[in-house]
Design a protein around this ligand. Structure first.
Ligand SMILES: Cc1cc2nc3c(=O)[nH]c(=O)nc-3n(C[C@H](O)[C@H](O)[C@H](O)COP(=O)(O)OP(=O)(O)OC[C@H]3O[C@@H](n4cnc5c(N)ncnc54)[C@H](O)[C@@H]3O)c2cc1C
Length: 405
């Protein structure tokens, strides 16, 4: 049986980039992918546009990994957003930055990003085997035995980049957690993060697509406020999404409540405005304050206020109902599961992995990269950046170790 220097499991951005960088130092690399094509999740990232990374200094990037700055620092410092942009520019994929600092391929085509990675891997001599699901891994005193459904492979080093558990149809079904456990690692229980909220009998569903630039949203558990954030909010057919919801979702559980102030307007100010402006339709007055008419009409309907009602005849109870619905819209949520969440919170315990090399502290020559680790970044390009950074750092460490043997 041919023995490879390195076997990489999973051809997402982490696995592809680790393979490229290991092959660049003349290691023989076998990349095994379960699906018929590499990078299925990368193709749907950023709604198919692929938000590759985010602008900012390396230190600014570090603050977007939910408190795991210390662990991600060596990886981000080794390969930061500028390196990532430079890599793609050099490979013929120009990038652009949107007004909120997100970096995309200028074509807004995730396929361009994936094609470059696959071409680069092939050009560097990486052997890519698709439709090749790994089912078991074993450490021997000579290296690793990797068993796929119909073949067994052998290598000196092993890098697991099987991703998390979200959007399982893309291939990321959590297999890597099983391999990590079999090799002696602890896996922090995976949970969906960056997930939308669904609302039972959602009364605003027909406003799907309506968005707000800066809504104030708080998350409540058993009548206790857990966290509050301001940011873009999107109404969907089934509930709420958008960056502010995705951020909150990390702390949320089904049965919690959210309280939404759609325009982040002080309820007292809204009350004063409604009391002081006379001789004006209620809906005109609310529109002047910046509320979209579709929302106003729906809220008025929910509060039993006719659209022709003038402020001068708006009774106290109805005014209170409108103010509450616009500034304290309170609903119980169902947190979307792995099928709809963008990343997985949880994964291989960080304490068991050396952040300077991505090597396991339990098994020599075993490495991890990307979302399989217990790292989940915020929305905005931070997760793909970490996939690249950790893959780069891991590959460099593997090169260093195997080339010095
Ligand atoms: C809808 C959506 C949109 C997103 N948008 C963005 C975005 O715009 N920006 C951003 O930064 N992040 C985004 N993310 C998150 C980002 O895509 C992931 O964090 C990133 O792809 C993780 O890379 P990875 O290589 O670690 O894992 P993955 O991309 O999940 O790749 C893992 C690979 O391993 C393979 N695999 C799994 N098990 C096996 C096995 N047993 N044998 C062989 N192969 C196996 C899988 O088939 C898969 O190809 C998005 C996620 C989703 C779901």
């Amino acid at each position: 049986m041919r023995k490879y220097d390195l076997i990489v499991i999973g051809a997402g951005p982490a696995g592809l980039f680790a393979s490229i960088n290991a092959a660049a130092c003349n290691l023989s690399v076998l990349l095994l992918e379960k699906k018929d094509r590499p990078g299925r999740k990368l193709l749907i990232s950023g709604s198919g546009k692929c938000n590759l990374t985010h602008t900012g200094t390396p230190d600014e990037l570090l603050s977007h990994y939910n408190g795991e700055e210390k662990f991600v620092k060596p990886a981000i410092y080794a390969f930061d957003n500028k390196d990532l942009i430079e890599y793609f520019n050099k490979m013929g994929v120009p990038t652009l930055i949107t007004e909120n600092g997100k970096v995309f391929p200028a074509s807004f085509e995730a396929r361009d990003v994936l094609n470059i990675l696959v071409d680069d891997a092939r050009r560097k001599g990486v052997s890519i085997k698709t439709s090749c699901p790994v089912i078991a891994v074993k450490k021997t005193n000579k290296g690793f035995i990797v068993k796929a459904t119909d073949k067994t492979f052998e290598s000196s080093a092993l890098l697991i980049a099987t991703g998390g558990k979200t959007y399982p149809w893309t291939g990321s079904e959590g297999d890597g957690y099983r391999f990590a456990k079999a090799l002696g690692h602890t896996v922090i229980s995976p949970e969906p993060a960056l997930a939308p909220f669904f609302i039972e009998n959602f009364s605003l569903g027909e406003l799907s697509g309506l968005s707000f630039k800066a809504a104030r949203v708080s998350l409540w558990k058993n009548e206790r406020k857990i966290v509050e954030k301001v940011g873009p909010l999107l109404i969907t057919h089934k509930g709420f999404s958008g960056p502010v919801i995705l951020h909150l979702s990390r702390e949320a559980q089904t049965g919690d409540e959210v309280l939404i102030n759609f325009l982040d307007i002080d309820p007292e100010k809204l009350k004063n405005d409604l009391l002081t402006q006379k001789n004006m339709l209620v809906r005109t007055s609310l529109k002047k304050l910046g509320y979209p008419l579709s929302l106003v009409d729906k809220i008025m309907q929910n509060c039993g206020v006719s659209l022709k009602t003038n402020l001068s005849v708006l009774i106290k109870a109805k005014r209170k109902c409108l103010i509450k619905a616009l500034t304290s819209y309170r609903v119980k949520i169902t947190k979307a599961g792995f099928q709809f969440a963008m990343v997985t919170k949880g994964g291989v315990r960080l304490r068991e992995v050396n952040p300077k090399t991505m090597e396991s502290r339990k098994v020599q020559e075993l490495y991890f990269a990307g979302e399989i680790l217990n790292i989940d970044g915020e929305t905005g390009g931070y997760n793909i950046q970490f996939a690249f950074s950790s893959a780069y750092l891991g590959a460099k460490a593997i090169c260093h170790r195997l080339c010095s043997l």
